[in-house]
Write a protein that binds this ligand. Sequence first.
Ligand code: ATP
Ligand code: MG
Length: 557
Amino acid sequence: MAISIIQAVNKLKTMKQREKCGNLGFILAALMFVWTTYKSFFPSQIRIFLNMIHRYTYPYVHISFPEYQGDGFYQYKTLAYKAIERYLHKKSSDQARFLKAGHAPDSDTIVLSIEENEEVSDEFQGIKVRWASRQLTPKGQSISLYTRGDEKRYFRLTFYKKHREFVTNVYLKHVLEEGKQIAVRERRRKLYTNRKSDVGNRTPMWSQVRFEHPATFDTLVMEPKKKKEIMDDLINFSKAKEYYAKIGKAWKRGYLLYGPPGTGKSTMIAAMANLLNYDVYDLELTSVKDNSELRKLLIDTSGRSIIVIEDIDCSLDLTGQRDQRNTKTKEDKKDPVEKIIKTKKVEDNNKSSSQVTLSGLLNFIDGLWSACGGERLIVFTTNYVEDLDPALIRRGRMDKHIELSYCRFEAFKDLAKIYLNIESHELFDKVGKLLEEIEMTPADVAENLMPKSTEEDADFCVKRLVNALEQAKEEARLKAEEEERLKAEKEEKKKQKQKQDSPGSEVKGTETVAADQEKENDDHEVKSGETVANEAKENTHSVVDSAETVTDEVKEN
Ligand SMILES: Nc1ncnc2c1ncn2[C@@H]1O[C@H](COP(=O)(O)OP(=O)(O)OP(=O)(O)O)[C@@H](O)[C@H]1O
Ligand SMILES: [Mg+2]
């Protein structure tokens, strides 16, 4: 019984389906009939006229954005298509049912885009538009090295005719800008370095690796106020495109980072790059042949980047124009070991064949070419800021001078938090006091605070730092004592040398005394001739005696 009911229902369904198919077939046949009649009975002029009416009354505008452009042989993917793809990524994944996944070049993200014939809607400032992905298959055969065969994909934007102005002037600008920003945010950042010029002209001037430095302003310790000021300055710069255009300045900014080794100059550059999402061009000046090559390198850099010249004082002999006396006094004050290291570095660099001059470098920083690309930071680092030519670091070239210095208590507390995750310890006060007395770089403090094995807990590391500081203090005391002793020795030797060098002056002194005596005698005319003569004789004897004694002493010596 049940089976027969099911069979009856199935039969009914089949009948209904047949009926539907029949209806569909009928509709199609009717349409075909109307189309054929229209084509054969309406002359082409009328058809054109009807089309014109249709066009005139049609309420929409369509704009196509092809994926590739160019001639048949050489084709390239259009920037607009790429930007739209990125822009629609979020909307596509929210709205479309058929999606394509692709790996964006220079990025780790998967980009989802709508499959052909899918559509998504978008709204901007109250105006609604529709985006569709379409594909054309060309009738003829096309040969191209760069396209993927016959596929000719494009995005089609549809909107109301009345919004034409807004869409073309405002909305599309917004889409392209936003798409570019998304691509920049998601791209893999690069660290570039310049090749030695004799590698060959055809190879790119910059070689690149992925930039993966983990330093951020959170892990960089320095005075909080100063840190905030630097971060604000950087963020402000990155948003100031219009402002720079308004004041007529190239969109670039120079930073000079100076301070002793190990105070975080290179770390700060990495933090800057990570904050602004910029590439880094590490320029090795000694590998640059001459000024014209320097200019080419500059042209080959992209925007949104930091161009770094580390240890600028050692890169080239840029100190030549300085007042030599001035430099010498400062040189003398330096630690002898530092002096040796520096001299070595300069000697090594002098061996290189670089003919880059100071004026070439100044042009590189703010010559006409420096404006190409835009949104660029130029950062110099140095351990000896006083050695640099003032022209190189004047404001306008190096707009912001940042001193990175030895670790003080506040910086130590930040390092303890970062490295050991502690905010207090019984030895903190002691560390604070020691850091007031001893100059230790953040690099050394960090090294002591970093656990080297699982057994080394926070307590162990803080104690190790205290020991290191005490040892450094003791060494400094011994060094000061040694210096004092050497100074005293030097003084003593100097005195003795003076003594040795001036025996004649004692004899000469004798003559002077005799002459004085004579003069004195003349003055005392009241004295009797005899008395005066005797006195003079006595005096002369005693002076000659003493002169003889001095001469004997000198001889003995
Ligand atoms: N201010 C700081 N904050 C956090 N870590 C720091 C700081 N300064 C130095 N360090 C640590 O010390 C190491 C060395 O620092 P960095 O290379 O930045 O010093 P530098 O100033 O560039 O030295 P040099 O003048 O020798 O190039 C870094 O790996 C970092 O971990
Ligand atoms: Mg460094």
